[in-house]
Design a protein around this ligand. Sequence first.
Ligand code: FES
Length: 265
Amino acid sequence: MAVKGSIKDSFTFVGGLNTEGGYFVTPENSWTEGVNVVPTTDGSIRRRNGIDYEDFYELFAANITADQKALWAFGVGTWSTVAGNGNLDFFVVQAGFTLHFYEGISGAISPTKKSFTVDLRTYKAYNNTETDGTAIASFASTYGKLIVTTRDTDPILIDYDPTTDTISVAKITLEIRDFEGFESPYDIDVEKTYCTIVGPPIMYRFCLIEANKKGLADDHIIVSLERRMKCGVGKCGHCQVGGLYACQDGPVFRYSDIYNVKEAI
Ligand code: FES
């Protein structure tokens, strides 16, 4: 007997939400009038928000080819408290292997573009064979400086000099004792040993790897989640990490309690 194929009865909801019928009554994307609306949980719909140019925007020639546009990573980040100045924040834009900087993260941003850029190819990781500019960058502000990491480059530390309006970039050298292949002469009693991690968030994942290698369980690893706190009493949400408030629930946690909390580490 011939085997009958089955029909996949599923919807992408690109055309909106239709709860009235199955696949044959309302085939996928049949609701063409509903494109660019967002269905809500109460059954109503609202217009999908768009984006627009800011007032008084200024363009700059990035000279990006069509091929690069298709392959490159594009992303944004913030560099807060630049050079230790609590009133100075930079908006960082990654276009492939180039980082661009804008002063201020509110109001009209595009006229504030800085003349300096960072070419990530300069800091390419040893033996990296990936196509330049295809790895998305991560940004972390620390002590007025900016740490940038990507899959393909060594981590770098960017410093800003407000008097000359220039930046300097230094490659970060990670010096961690007990790398893989280098056995520590000390025995660790994992039942009695605890590891406490405090410092720049970028280092946490490396320290956690080393602690795990030593056999420490997640509840024997203590981490301090440093977040900017304002109210300190769980009201403003500034220090929120997933469903936790660093000011009230922490800032010190067992790693076992936060390892699956989004954006905690
Ligand atoms: S500092 Fe305001 S909620 Fe934690």
